[in-house]
Design a protein around this ligand. Structure first.
Ligand SMILES: Cc1cc2nc3c(=O)[nH]c(=O)nc-3n(C[C@H](O)[C@H](O)[C@H](O)COP(=O)(O)OP(=O)(O)OC[C@H]3O[C@@H](n4cnc5c(N)ncnc54)[C@H](O)[C@@H]3O)c2cc1C
Length: 440
């Protein structure tokens, strides 16, 4: 593996500060289950927990490496409203009424995270306070519309639009001319949240295995026939299967593998900063992102570190020095942090859909083989709502599962051989369209 790829797996903030260290056994037996889930990230664990809360507890989760090895243990921990992308992109598939339903669904995620933390007593450093930031008048117009929408759907939380000098009330940066302060959103230690959710699942009867990579899936005859999944030392026979591998699917199920393409995101953590500096950066100790098509996003951690992340803007590449690359972006927002040391930098793949919308559903001709993937850069909050809807579909069924799973997703041919040029073209298109949809 070359150096730039190796950096992605470097020690990251989450593994360095984890409060839970549950270790789950390797699968070394042949088991029977109602549901077998492949993937131990937010998607696999959340869907399983939702099912267990509905009384379906004979669940086996199989994870190749360890819980949180994927995006769930590497992200920015941002708990924002919505799913991160404009829902208008799917309007032609769901219609006006469907869009309204999707908008309501999309804004439930932060509430689910908070309720889960409270219900299971999870120690995940959840903190309220989110800033959506803009640089110009076009973005101010967009933020004004978002602010009205957020307030309508979330009347109990403090949500306000700040412009000009008012912006400094929520952030210590001259880079921005406008922003929404949304006290319903915030940030979370995503690995601790995942581990707390996994322990909750285990307490309800779910079985979790780490170091248990699924290497083969055998489908029976008939669309509802039992499925057998195999690891190197065991197997699980189940009535239902869920693929929750996201960016790490790696061809395991071609029918869904061809529906996504990977890009990369990069993160860094500063050394712990003084209380004075943190107060200057963020009086609300919050999480922030701008609203450009390719965002910078950052937050203050419990230990007074600034966690900063981004992806490349146009050309797809993995920077040679992740610390230097992220630091340069951070200094554009906070030039006064130029003496601050960067302690850690890491990254990971993001699984993208052509329409940027998360994908759920069943495999063609297989009513008992479910999948979830394609959060397209977001996933901390979206996975919590998407997996609630998916669990409805995997159990009693629901109108919102039918709606969400009816959205068609394009095949992306040449996703491996042509990944870099295709992603560069996609990012450029996304950036240009930002001028027309008020995000640039
Ligand atoms: C650097 C980075 C920054 C990000 N920042 C943010 C952010 O600030 N906000 C936000 O909302 N989102 C962010 N994301 C995206 C978000 O983290 C993901 O969308 C989300 O965690 C996806 O969860 P998941 O469970 O679907 O996938 P993952 O967490 O990737 O889990 C998939 C799991 O499946 C396992 N697996 C794969 N194949 C097999 C197999 N054959 N057998 C067994 N197990 C298998 C993998 O090992 C992996 O653990 C970021 C992602 C990255 C990489």
């Amino acid at each position: 593996m070359d150096q730039s790829l190796r950096q992605l797996d470097a020690l990251n903030y989450y593994t360095a500060t984890r409060k839970y260290d549950p270790s789950f056994p390797r699968l070394e037996a042949d088991l029977d289950a109602d549901v077998v889930v492949i993937g131990g990230g937010f998607s696999g664990i959340n869907t399983s927990l939702e099912l267990a809360e509905r009384g379906i507890t004979n669940i086996v989760v199989l994870e190749s490496r360890y819980l949180g090895y994927g995006g769930t243990g590497r992200n920015g921990g941002q708990v924002m409203a919505g799913i991160g992308h404009d829902l208008e992109l799917i309007k032609r598939h769901v219609g006006t009424a469907g869009l309204e339903t999707m908008f309501k669904i999309a804004n439930l995620g932060a509430g689910i995270i908070k309720a889960r933390i409270e219900k299971y007593g999870i120690d995940a450093d959840f903190r309220h306070g989110y800033g959506y930031m803009g640089f110009n008048r076009r973005q101010e117009k967009t933020l004004r519309a978002w602010c009205a929408e957020f307030k309508a759907i979330d009347p109990d939380n403090q949500i306000d639009l700040l412009v000009g000098a008012e912006v400094r009330q929520m952030i210590g940066s001259d880079a921005y001319s406008c922003g929404i302060r949304h006290m319903g959103g915030g940030h979370v230690h995503s690995l601790n949240l995942l581990c707390g959710e996994a322990l909750a699942l285990q307490s309800l009867g779910g079985r979790i295995f780490e170091n248990s990579q699924v290497i083969a899936v055998e489908y029976g005859r008939g669309s509802d026939a039992a499925v057998v999944v195999r690891t190197s030392q065991g197997s699980v026979r189940a009535r239902k299967i869920l693929f929750a591998c996201n960016a790490f699917l790696d061809g395991l199920e071609p029918a869904i593998d061809r529906k996504t393409i990977n890009t990369y995101a990069f993160q860094m953590a500063t050394e712990p900063l003084s209380d004075e500096l943190i107060l200057r950066i963020s009086p609300i100790r919050g999480a922030y992102s701008d609203i450009r098509p390719m965002i910078d996003y950052y937050r203050v951690t419990n230990e007074n570190r600034l966690l900063f992340g981004a992806s490349t803007d146009y050309i797809e590449y993995i920077p040679g020095d992740l610390k230097a690359w992220n630091r340069a972006r951070m200094l554009k927002i906070f030039p006064y942090l130029d003496k601050v040391k960067i302690d850690m930098a890491w990254g990971g793949p993001l699984c993208c859909s052509a329409n940027l919308f998360p994908q759920i559903g069943t495999l063609p001709g297989r009513d008992n083989a479910f999948f979830v993937q394609g959060y397209s850069g977001f996933g901390v909050t979206p996975s919590h709502i998407v997996c609630k809807v998916l669990a409805e579909g995997m159990s009693e069924g629901s109108a919102r599962y039918e709606l969400m799973s009816s959205i068609p997703h394009m095949n992306i041919f040449g996703k491996n051989a042509l990944r870099r040029p295709m992603m560069s073209a996609g990012k450029t298109f996304h950036q240009l369209s930002g001028y027309f949809n008020g995000r640039r």
